[in-house]
Design a protein around this ligand. Structure first.
Ligand SMILES: [Zn+2]
Length: 346
């Protein structure tokens, strides 16, 4: 990348609070409503806001006199930041601890013992490292899938400059829970999430949102599901939940909740499906359930690395044909031992 001096001021220095900058000679993919692409485009930036975008020649002619810096991007691609819709910031320190095992072993014997022993400082450091890797791969916004010590996560996100929807790992029953988690009641789960919402929602100049979490249906009572649904409606925020990850999950739901298919069928039955639900993975769904997700406006986060490593592939093509909003996630670091959304998926 080459930096040329401009007629308007100093050519050196970082983009400070009073900085103005032109980036030109770039392939700009705007992702705006008209899907405009500029083969030789430029942008004029004032502080942290794009003030103008267009052909390089036009931007240079119009704004060069006002620019502190003019940077020739030499045909590199300029596009909006990626949104990673399924991340476990708490798991960044756990690369390599859960290779080559099935999901239940992965959760019960490897990840939950690790997560349940995290200190607040561990969460802060883990989120910082995760965020650095996300930024390196072009991510500027992410959805946390449910982790430990949300206040420390928020502190790290504020420092990183990212945008994030943060979620506490929430479970109130079921097998495999470490002792310190097994004592949590449904009321504890609800109350702590309300407190986190009050403390951090819209923090960091609005970059941080607090959503509500259901870690997975096998560790959630019906009451937790229903109160989470109602609370999210009342607070006008989102819910992040792992859904239909493995056939065993669907079987447990059929056996214990008396429905004829899996998690999605049950969630529809209790009117949990709504347009503020981010449904992670959602691999083991049938045609009827895809229709239920579509009608409710549920969003799906597809994580190719987890799909290839442990879960199997969701029927993404069928979901897209049903007009379901499908996005990409990396999942946590020990799902693939990396946190890069870019080269791995495209
Ligand atoms: Zn996950």
């Amino acid at each position: 990348m080459e930096t040329n001096s401009s007629g308007g001021g100093s050519s050196s220095g970082s983009l400070g609070s009073s900085s103005t900058m032109i980036l030109h000679n770039a392939v700009i993919v705007t992702m705006d409503k008209e899907s405009r692409v500029f083969r030789n485009g430029g942008v004029f930036v004032v502080q942290d806001r794009i003030k103008a975008i267009g052909q390089s020649a036009d931007i240079l002619q119009q704004f060069s006199q006002m620019a502190d810096q003019i940077i020739d991007l030499q045909s590199q691609i300029l596009l909006p930041g990626f949104v990673n819709t399924h991340v476990h910031t708490s798991q960044q320190l756990a690369k390599g601890i859960a290779d080559d095992v099935d999901l239940m072993t992965w959760l019960h014997d490897r990840i939950w013992p690790y997560e349940s022993n995290m200190t607040e400082e561990d969460s802060y450091i883990s989120t910082l490292l995760c965020g650095i890797e996300l930024i390196h791969s072009g991510v500027t916004c992410f959805a946390e899938a449910g982790g430990q010590h949300v206040s420390e996560m928020a502190k790290a996100v504020e420092l990183l400059g990212l945008r994030a929807c943060l979620v506490q790992s929430t479970m109130d029953c079921g097998e495999g829970l470490p002792a310190s988690w097994a004592v949590r009641t449904t009321d504890d789960c609800i109350q702590s999430q309300k407190e986190l919402y009050a403390k951090h929602h819209h923090a960091a100049d609005g970059r941080i949102r607090i959503w509500f979490g259901i870690r997975q249906i096998m560790n959630a009572t019906d009451r937790l599901l229903l109160e989470t649904r109602d609370m999210a409606r009342e607070f006008k925020t989102g819910i992040h939940m792992h859904v239909a990850e493995i056939p065993y999950e669907n079987q447990v739901v059929m056996d214990t909740r008396k429905v004829d298919h899996g998690t999605v069928t049950f969630l529809d039955k209790i009117e949990f499906l709504q347009n503020n639900l981010l449904s992670a993975h959602t691999v083991w769904v049938n045609h009827t359930e895809i229709g239920l997700l579509s009608r409710a406006g549920v969003k799906v986060s597809h994580c190719p690395a987890s799909a290839m490593r442990m879960l199997g592939f969701a029927p993404i093509k069928e979901m897209l044909h049903a007009d379901i909003c499908v996005s990409l996630g990396t999942d946590g670091a020990p799902s693939n031992n990396r946190m890069s959304i870019g080269p791995f998926y495209f």
